[in-house]
Design a protein around this ligand. Structure first.
Ligand SMILES: NC(=O)C1=CN([C@@H]2O[C@H](COP(=O)(O)OP(=O)(O)OC[C@H]3O[C@@H](n4cnc5c(N)ncnc54)[C@H](O)[C@@H]3O)[C@@H](O)[C@H]2O)C=CC1
Ligand SMILES: CC(=O)C(=O)O
Ligand SMILES: [Mg+2]
Length: 371
């Protein structure tokens, strides 16, 4: 199969969808791998590294897309990329469509087959292609939040661990999944007083057992969110309802009850964000202030640590990439019930219920299109 790897063009996005190690695996199976010139540079992989792995370097981006059957990306296609998609393409990337109506409609119009990393499932109920980047973003959230708490960034001037005689900061994490647990671990390691809120008692039991009370667990209710807003120096938003828009859990009104200079880190921003006042930001300008509260809402956090993230991402995506290249999308998805929910858009129709629901569109059962 003709596989293309474009250079990412989102603001400060330095990841690439395939490492040279991944390219070698594809080339060894007889696939024709084209990588856009300098696509791996931000992650520390040179064109020569890809050539040594058996890939071809393509300087002409138009030719790269036109020649491709399978396009591997990291971030959702930007407007110029949507315009390049045609029915011949299978696109495999993060899409987060429930937060992006224009993109959803653009992908429908393209006629392409669009498979999202973030909606694939696994046998344990997890999201195996979201998990590696959620791990990165969760770990980064506390770094970003700690920096935002500094006075020069508009923060309250609070140091997470405190000092002897001065209490540590209160960090609340809403959503105790992959992002949430990793954020909580980092905050704990830095000496903060950490609480996780989740709607899943099962998940809270796992966390309680794992951290033996060093991280407090609280069932997520309106009351618990209210207390979290009043008492926290940093709140990290890490909820997910797979494929759907995030619920707004901290309202604008609640900002008025927060300590001035406290920080909201909305990791769930790629699904629309879980704070009413969140709007997507970029690494170039990651924060803004509303009612005295610092907001950090970068939608591609792992892009800033591109070397680590690119390797983590390819490790997770590679088996699925190989299946797509070896068998074609139809057979690969029909052979694997956990791969099938990755299909979000095909031939002009939405094939993921939560995305269709977000925009009042009709959806088609993905099983019916792979038959
Ligand atoms: N901004 C960025 O760069 C990145 C963002 N993300 C995003 O982070 C979010 C979280 O991802 P994961 O941790 O992998 O998801 P996950 O599925 O592992 O965890 C989500 C947790 O939220 C909980 N939850 C759902 N509704 C809740 C509510 N009302 N109150 C409290 N908890 C609730 C669930 O029970 C679950 O435990 C997703 O939107 C994901 O796309 C992930 C990676 C990078
Ligand atoms: C998950 C995601 O959107 C990211 O890694 O950028
Ligand atoms: Mg994102």
């Amino acid at each position: 199969m003709r596989v293309a790897v474009p250079k990412e063009i989102k603001n400060h996005e330095y990841r690439v969808a395939l490492t040279p190690t991944g390219a070698r695996e594809l080339a060894a199976r007889g696939h024709d791998v084209s990588v856009q010139a300098s696509a791996g540079e931000g992650a520390g992989f040179s064109d020569a590294d890809y050539e040594a792995a058996g890939a071809r370097i393509e300087a002409d981006v138009e030719a790269l897309w036109q020649g491709a059957e399978l396009v591997l990306k990291v971030k959702e296609p930007q407007p110029g990329e949507v315009a390049r998609l045609t029915p011949q393409h299978t696109l495999f990337t993060y899409l987060h469509l429930a937060a992006e109506e224009t993109l959803t409609r653009g992908l429908m119009k393209s006629g392409a087959t669009c498979i999202a990393y973030e909606t694939l499932t696994d046998a344990r109920g997890g999201l195996p292609l979201l998990a590696p980047m959620s791990t990165v973003a969760g770990r980064m959230a506390v770094q970003a939040g700690a920096h935002s708490l500094e006075k020069a960034q508009g923060g309250a001037g609070v140091l997470l661990p405190g000092v002897p005689g001065v209490a540590p900061a209160n960090v609340t994490v809403i959503g105790g999944g992959v992002v949430g647990e990793n954020a909580a671990r980092m905050a704990l390691g830095l000496g903060a007083d950490v609480t996780i809120l989740d709607k899943s008692l099962e998940r809270l039991e796992v966390l309680d057992d794992r951290y033996q009370g060093r991280i407090k667990t609280v069932y997520s209710t309106a009351d618990a969110l209210d207390s979290a807003a009043r008492e926290s120096d940093m709140v990290i938003g890490a909820v997910l309802i797979p494929g759907a828009a995030a619920p707004k859990l901290i309202t604008r009104e609640m900002l008025g009850h927060m300590k001035p200079g406290s920080v909201l880190v909305d990791v769930a921003i790629d699904q629309g964000g879980c704070f009413e006042t969140s709007k997507p930001t970029t690494h170039a300008e990651p924060t803004y202030i509303v009612d005295g509260i610092v907001h950090y809402c970068v939608a591609n956090m792992p892009g800033a640590v591109a070397r680590t993230s690119t390797q983590g991402l390819t490790n997770a995506t590679l088996p699925f990439v190989l299946a797509l290249a070896d068998k074609g999308w139809k057979q690969a998805l029909s052979d694997d019930a956990h791969f099938l929910p990755g299909l979000n858009v095909h031939a002009g129709q939405v094939t993921y219920q939560a995305v269709a629901d977000a925009f009042g569109l009709d959806s088609v059962d993905p099983a019916s299109v792979v038959r």
